[in-house]
Design a protein around this ligand. Structure first.
Ligand code: CP
Length: 327
């Protein structure tokens, strides 16, 4: 009998139902335990996953590459600037060819208004599972690891206030895919989600509509505010992170007057005092230390950023095992 999820694509968690996500979390938990116990987990012996990157990465690349090695397979890293894609070869042709050489195609392409379209084009033409390593809209591997981390640190997902808060940063104009994924996913698990940002950093309207529907259907809530203090107040989890103003301003420029006017959107010890005493600080990383967050918060006792980053390995292995494997 064909395993339940074999061949299923992993482009957005919106394409996975609650049972599927719960199964991914359960397998992640088992793989984490086995990793700690140094148990062999060669469920993907002789399987190859192609790992295509249009952009830089530390966590995503290494969790996938180490992950597939630990599953007995091979991850083939592809810097797309060295592929014929850079001369215009299409996603369709790339997907068909790579499908004939291996067992999965994973890709990071965050270009605004074309990243997701490129990955969806590969999904349409691949005969192996296509995995989204982050695009302009979604970061499903990050969302899954975040959900696992929240379950671990809080022991529940309902009756908790989780605040996704925009933060000031100057490193680069970041995609909206992390807050977008969290906004859609967390209400499905009954969380009370607050999305806070200055005016100009809105997520697309369809995301807000869908997040509200996800909350209504699952007993959670979803609120948008321009008030940072309100987001911190009595929060159980806070996720202050920068994202770009792509939905209202498509310029690649990182620093402008609007950004500088919002330097005070920073996670400080003083802001953390508004949250519950056992509130946890999360961040997908890399963090823009000193701008997004004070060192004393990210390095402090409420921070779970390294646990969150470690969970990228276990969740990556779960996705690969379930979509590529025979078990
Ligand atoms: N959080 C995350 O995706 O990290 P990388 O950009 O390092 O992969």
């Amino acid at each position: 009998m064909k395993p339940k999820y074999k061949g299923k694509h992993f482009v957005t968690l919106e394409d996975w139902d609650r049972q599927g996500i719960d199964d991914l979390l359960e397998v992640s938990k088992q793989l984490k335990k086995k990793f700690r116990n140094n148990e062999t987990t060669d469920y993907l012996k002789n399987k190859t996953s192609f790992l295509m990157f249009f952009e830089q990465s530390t966590r995503t690349r290494n969790s996938m590459e180490a992950g597939i090695a630990q599953l007995g397979g091979h991850g083939n890293f592809l810097d797309t600037s060295t592929m014929q894609i850079s001369h215009g070869e299409t996603g369709k042709d790339t997907a068909i060819i790579l499908s004939s050489y291996g067992h999965a195609i994973a890709c990071r392409n965050c270009f605004w208004k074309s990243g997701n379209a490129f990955i969806r084009e590969m999904e349409r033409h691949a005969s192996v599972p296509v995995m989204n390593l982050q695009c302009d809209l979604y970061h499903p591997f990050q969302g899954l690891a975040d959900l696992m981390t929240i379950q671990e640190v809080k022991g529940r997902t309902s009756n908790i206030k989780v605040s996704i808060i925009w933060a000031y940063a100057t490193s680069h104009k970041k995609p909206i895919s992390v807050p977008l994924t969290q906004s859609l996913l967390f209400p499905r698990y009954g969380m009370d989600v607050v999305l806070a940002h200055p005016k100009g950093w809105e997520l697309p309207e369809w995301v807000i509509d869908k997040a509200r529907k996800n909350a209504e259907a699952n007993g959670g809530s979803f609120k948008v505010t321009n008030n940072m203090e309100e987001a911190y107040q009595d929060a159980d989890i806070i996720i202050p992170k920068n994202w770009g103003s792509w939905a209202s301003n498509e310029s690649d420029d990182v620093i402008d007057e609007a950004l500088e006017a919002n330097r005070h959107w920073k996670c400080t010890e003083a802001m953390m005092k508004r949250a519950k005493p056992d509130c946890n600080y999360m961040h997908a990383l890399p963090a823009d230390r000193g701008n997004e967050v004070e060192d004393s918060v990210i390095d402090g006792p409420q921070s779970v950023v390294y646990q969150e980053a470690e969970n990228r390995l276990h969740t990556a292995k779960a996705v690969m095992t379930m979509t590529m494997g025979d078990k």
